[in-house]
Design a protein around this ligand. Structure first.
Ligand code: AMP
Length: 301
């Protein structure tokens, strides 16, 4: 089964305590697509400007990612500049240029409209709704969002939440969306807004999964050095959805395994700048780290 993603395809300029990079490939859809591509065919819906280099598009096609849904418009590509603190869990957005993303109206190629596994990456909820309205037979729709949309487009976001199965969200965003400081209360309140499942991303502390019937916790894979956390959340979602599309297993166990695959993919992403590690890691390395993850969390055998 293939996975469809809509989100940003971007230039990122990044500064971390370990170095910096200018206008490298980034964006929520890019990280998601590369993360999911280890497990399943991926299709991207997004927009780029005239300045977007062919080399970056080639990175997608080399991983067999379908980019027919990426539209090239007059103007410049979305550009984000972020700076991480000494405490790498903290980052500031220094610049944000929407450019061609402003006013983007996603139009899905006809053959994308039967997509069953769908990820609505972090973009305007109005665009997320436009994508949902063009789909015919979704099996599993997951969605990400951020503080900006929670504050500025709350009503549209709530409409999206009514139509999805899985919300992937940071802990601070879960608090903002629900109005509760306690993360369990926050998750319970968000479950009432529509999603059947919430995945709360907690950076180096891992992921918490909440549904009406269960709670599951997994740590992040312990790494000696994190170079650049950008894209950890999106590539986590990519690994999670990609594995679900590969396995077709949405049982409680299947969902938990998908969460661990997502965590493994994210752990590779942060080992180097931008998408670099994601483009050179192999599926064999991913499977091996998955096994190490099983050992890491085994306390019962
Ligand atoms: P993550 O680190 O997983 O939260 O996502 C980082 C990616 O989000 C970067 O590659 C940015 O290009 C992208 N990004 C940053 N700000 C925004 C925004 N306001 N809307 C959409 N995507 C964004």
């Amino acid at each position: 089964m293939s996975v469809l993603v809509v989100g940003t395809v971007a230039f990122d300029s990044i500064e971390t305590p370990f170095g910096s990079a200018e206008r490298i490939l980034g964006g929520s859809a890019s990280y998601f697509a590369l993360g999911a591509s280890f497990f399943a065919p991926v299709r991207i819906v997004g927009v780029i400007g005239e300045d977007f280099p062919q080399d970056y598009l080639d990175l997608f096609t080399q991983r067999k990612i379908d980019i027919d849904g990426i539209e090239r418009e007059k103007g410049d590509t979305f550009h984000w500049r972020g700076r991480y603190h000494e405490d790498i869990n903290l980052r500031d957005t220094v610049e944000l240029h929407l450019n061609v993303l402003a006013g983007f109206e996603p139009k899905l190629p006809e053959r994308y409209r039967d997509a069953e596994y769908v990820f609505l990456g972090n973009i305007d909820p109005v665009m997320q709704l436009e994508v949902l309205n063009q789909l015919r037979r979704m099996k599993l729709v997951a969605c990400d969002t951020m503080d900006h949309w929670i504050r500025e487009s709350n009503e549209e976001l709530k409409k999206v939440l009514k139509r999805i199965e899985v919300l992937v969200i940071n802990d601070s965003e879960a608090r903002l969306l629900s109005g509760y400081d306690n993360i369990v209360k926050a998750a319970r309140a968000i479950l009432k807004m529509g999603p059947k499942m919430i995945l709360v991303k907690r950076g180096e502390y891992g992921v918490l999964q909440f549904s009406d019937s269960s709670v599951f916790a997994t740590p992040a894979y312990p790494l000696e050095q994190v170079f650049d956390p950008t894209g950890a959340g999106d590539s986590f979602a990519g690994g999670f959805m990609g594995h679900l599309a590969r396995s077709g297993d949405q049982s409680q166990g299947g969902l938990r395994r998908a969460i661990v695959y997502g965590s493994v993919v994210a752990s590779f992403t942060v080992e180097d700048f931008g998408v670099k590690r994601l483009t050179d890691v192999s599926l064999a390395e991913i499977e091996e780290r998955y096994q190490r993850f099983v050992e890491l969390t085994d306390f019962h055998s």
